[in-house]
Write a protein of this length. Structure first.
Length: 52
């Protein structure tokens, strides 16, 4: 999602769906641009802090 105004950049979000089809946010990050470096940062930290 592209953000404009005060909080410009791109919003990266990770979500999960449980057995009852409820969608829950797990993590989010506001980054400067949608690039390989940004996605690498987001997914590395998601793996480090969410998975055992």
């Amino acid at each position: 999602m592209h953000l404009y105004g005060r909080y410009g950049g791109v919003l990266l979000i990770a979500v999960a769906q449980d057995g009852n089809s409820n969608i829950m946010p797990i993590a989010f990050a506001n980054v400067e641009s949608k690039s390989t470096k940004s996605w690498s940062f987001f997914l590395t930290n998601l793996r480090r802090h969410v998975t055992p």
